[in-house]
Design a protein around this ligand. Structure first.
Ligand code: ATR
Length: 297
């Protein structure tokens, strides 16, 4: 990718932004600004800390200012929906929006987390596989719908079993009746992991166990991992979680949450610009930002 000239802000500059709270840890500004610069676009991306009671006004403001697109992050991915005009099918089934495009004076909401996950693991990796997902929150929901249309079996493990059971029920209700997949919910404990993980070919951690500052913790005892499973951790701070270190140690292939972060951002860039995301440039920018922020251990 040809490197940029210095971007001058002028009266043609197009603004994109991130709405969330807290957002100070986010590397989306570095990723998206790098992507704009890679294509020499006269666009900038800025993160805004938003208080909940001002969210509606902020969205109206974005519309009034002609802001072409924005990302939404914690804790507004669900609450933003009531302020958006059109919700795309993927965001609708997940019940959360992380990317908004303004088109012909209407706001369209998308969710790129699920497709970001698929691109990070590779489409082929999921096909007809047995997949274990740890957690049943927002990230797990985005991931499980994508996995359900490709894998042969899914087990969702969660500390709060009821949440995993509800997710299983919702996914089953959304699937085509002819689609042959087995999905079950189990409590997140050693016994149920022991009974399931030996057959599993992809293990995905979506819980916050292992996230900074608890980076010495792993959701799975190392002796339950094996070299025939790919281990994916949605957590990207630290870049190499205890789970990924344990997996590497026993020879299992690993994928870091940074890859999902990059691809969900790349898909947002594509929605806004119609251009293919410059993933390698975005990765360098995100790594630089994360290594600056991260407590390396
Ligand atoms: P996200 O959008 O990142 O998925 P979330 O919706 O808050 O965040 O979901 C967090 C997930 O991590 C949940 O599955 C949560 O389990 P519960 O449903 O029981 O709350 C899981 N989680 C968080 N901290 C955990 C911990 N210490 N032990 C086990 N699970 C944990």
């Amino acid at each position: 990718m040809k490197k940029n000239k210095v971007t001058f802000i002028n009266s043609h500059t197009q603004l994109y932004c991130l709405l969330g709270n807290p957002i100070m840890h986010s590397v989306s500004p570095q990723m998206q600004n790098t992507a704009f610069q890679s294509y020499n676009l006269n666009s900038i991306y800025i993160a805004f800390t938003i208080e909940e009671d001002s969210l509606e006004n902020v969205v109206c403001g974005c519309k009034a200012l002609g802001i072409k697109g924005f990302n939404v992050t914690i804790p507004y991915k669900k609450t933003i929906i009531k302020f958006i005009d059109i919700i795309d099918a993927s965001a609708n089934r997940i019940g959360a929006v992380n990317t908004v495009l303004s088109s012909n004076d209407r706001l369209i909401g998308f969710n790129t987390d699920g497709i970001g996950f698929v691109k990070a693991v590779g489409e082929g990796t999921l096909q007809d596989q047995q997949v274990a997902i740890l957690g049943a929150g927002g990230a797990a929901t985005a991931i499980v719908y994508e996995v359900a249309s490709r894998a042969s079996s899914i087990t969702i493990f969660n500390r709060t079993l009821k949440k995993a059971e509800t997710l299983v029920e919702n996914v089953l209700n959304s699937l085509d009746v002819t689609h042959n997949i087995s999905i079950q919910a189990l409590p997140l404990n050693k016994k149920s992991l022991e009974d399931t993980l030996d057959k599993c070919r992809l293990l995905v951690n979506t819980t916050s166990i292992g996230m900074h500052p608890y980076s010495n913790k792993s959701p799975v005892p190392q002796q339950l991992l094996h070299s025939k499973m790919i281990v994916f951790d949605v957590v990207y701070n630290p870049l190499k979680t205890r789970l990924l270190k344990d997996a590497e140690m026993i020879g299992a292939p690993t994928i870091s949450g940074l890859d999902m972060l990059l691809h969900q951002g790349g898909e947002a860039f594509k929605i806004w610009t119609g251009l293919s995301p410059p993933i390698e440039d975005m990765k360098k920018a995100a790594l630089q930002a994360l290594l600056g922020n991260e407590t390396i251990n």
